[in-house]
Design a protein around this ligand. Structure first.
Ligand code: GCO
Length: 480
């Protein structure tokens, strides 16, 4: 037994997202989401692919549950496709009974297998109807009402069967990648070579504000009308990488490293825990960052039963001497893989942005715990791609030692954060159960503990990591 440990009853399992795994885009009444539309625009997805088939999980729920069981998973975090539940998305649009029944059965099947469901309401796939009707997240008032209505439909459909609810997954990604760089749906940006529409200097901040208010409204709905009888908890999932100063002896780099965390995480975390945006953001963005009304503060402040944390990697941060560009969204700084002393933050993976650095996980969760007064954490995603994995022959690909090491390092770091630093963490969902549609990178980047043979009828083959991860948790989780 290692010195560090995770608490008794620790909930571990895997995470996925509807558009990345389900396929069946037009079955049983589902309508387009903004991702269906985005994938049809030439040049948006690296390999020209889409989520049309993906892992075909819509038809293979039994197989996926069998994989979870085989790994020993205690929980499964998945997202609902809003376009299956309410195909056109809005509060006056019809609810799709077939879509609801699909997920209700899935939740029942998970329970029958002894696996706890954790539901994400929104993992980026907004019904396209709402994008077309009023600009989606850019129209706060409409979006908030429609999201609250959708959330209520879900709370009602699942009742006490679901104890863990996540409103939004990574609103940073939806806001910045969807409305600043334009890499993700709906693909809006000031860069006219990429999109005919968009204003990167204002839209991401407007979208982010809408997410916060919609989160607050859904949480209020749950607390007012469902929590007492259904007994669940609700929170938001925020992503963020750890930051180290490029030159630890330069106070400007040290400050920039913190500012990067504030722009990436506290943008959402501070309103939820303190009722305001970080000063560093207000200073740089001025009135491009929306103001909260007193009613909005009342909705948003205190709106997390738990903190859902997605975390993958770390970077070195170097301050900039120049004035911030109007489209800057990181806090006027450079993000680097190598520091002043020439140290590399971590080994390469298939994802340009992802360099593993397990100690950064411990440092970040401690930083968050200190800043936000010791909330309960559920790690809702953590995992890695492997450089060149997709090019390997199957037998080698299944021996994913790099991924096993990643999980050993990161889960060990989490156990240190709990046992030594006193962080209250109660669960961990690895990303991901399956190789799947990796957004703008298509199918070339794999994150699964299960290989999915896209050329061979979506057949699933567990990798070594699928077998190893349970033994790592066994080592760390206290038995009594
Ligand atoms: C994320 C996403 C996942 C990604 C994963 C790997 O929430 O960023 O939830 O959808 O696939 O992060 O890039």
């Amino acid at each position: 037994m290692p010195e560090s440990y995770l608490p008794k009853g620790f909930l571990w399992g895997f995470a996925t997202a509807s558009y990345q795994i389900e396929g069946a885009p037009h079955e049983d009444g589902r309508a387009d989401s903004i991702w269906d539309v985005h994938c049809r625009i030439p040049g948006k997805i690296a390999d020209g692919s889409s989520g049309d088939v993906a892992c075909d999980s819509y038809h293979r729920t039994a197989e996926d549950i069998a994989l979870l069981k085989q790994c020993g998973a205690k929980a499964y975090r998945f997202s609902l496709s809003w376009s299956r539940m309410i195909p056109l998305g809005g509060r006056n649009d019809p609810v799709n009974e077939k879509g609801i029944q699909h997920y209700v059965k899935f939740v029942d099947d998970l329970h029958a297998a002894g696996i706890e469901p954790m539901i994400t309401l929104f993992h980026w796939d907004l019904p396209d109807g709402l994008q077309k009707r009023y600009g989606g997240m850019l129209n706060k008032d409409e979006f908030v009402k429609d999201f609250e209505n959708y959330a209520r439909v879900c709370f009602m459909a699942f009742g006490a069967k679901v104890k863990y609810w996540i409103t939004f997954n990574e609103p940073w990604c939806s806001s910045i990648l969807g409305f600043s760089t334009g890499l993700f749906a709906p693909g809006r940006t000031s860069d006219r070579s990429k999109s005919a529409e968009g204003d990167s200097s204002t839209e991401p901040w407007i979208a982010g504000h809408s997410f916060l208010i919609a989160h607050g409204a859904a949480v209020k709905a749950y607390r007012d009308d469902f929590k007492a009888k259904d007994g669940g908890q609700i929170g938001i999932t925020l992503n963020g990488d750890w930051t180290e100063p490029w030159d630890p002896n330069d106070p400007a780099d040290v400050e920039a490293a913190t500012r990067k965390l504030e722009f990436a995480i506290s943008w959402f975390g501070d309103p939820i825990y303190f009722g305001k945006y970080p000063d560093s953001m207000r200073k740089q963005l001025g009135n491009r960052l929306p103001e909260f009304t007193p009613e909005e503060i009342a909705l948003v402040k205190g709106s997390n039963d738990f903190y859902g944390m997605n975390h993958y990697c770390a970077n070195y941060i170097k301050h900039k001497e120049t004035e911030p560009e109007p489209n800057d969204f990181v806090g006027n700084l450079e993000i680097l893989m190598v520091n002043k002393a020439g140290d590399i933050i971590g080994p390469e993976t298939q994802s340009l942005w992802l360099r593993p650095y397990p100690l950064g996980f411990r440092k970040l969760i401690k930083w968050l715990s200190d800043r936000y007064g010791g909330p309960t954490f559920y790690v809702t995603e953590n995992g890695t791609s492997l450089k060149g994995e997709n090019d390997l022959p199957l037998d080698q690909l299944l021996e994913d030692d790099f991924r096993c090491e990643y999980f050993r390092g990161y889960i060990g770091a989490l156990a240190d954060a709990h046992a030594i630093d006193g962080v209250d963490v109660r669960g961990y969902m690895a990303w991901s159960l399956l190789d799947n549609f990796e957004w703008a990178e298509g199918y070339e980047t794999r994150f699964g503990v299960t290989f999915v043979d896209y050329a061979g009828d979506q057949k699933r083959y567990p990798k070594k990591s699928a077998k190893v991860i349970g033994s790592i948790f066994d080592q760390y989780i206290k038995k009594e």
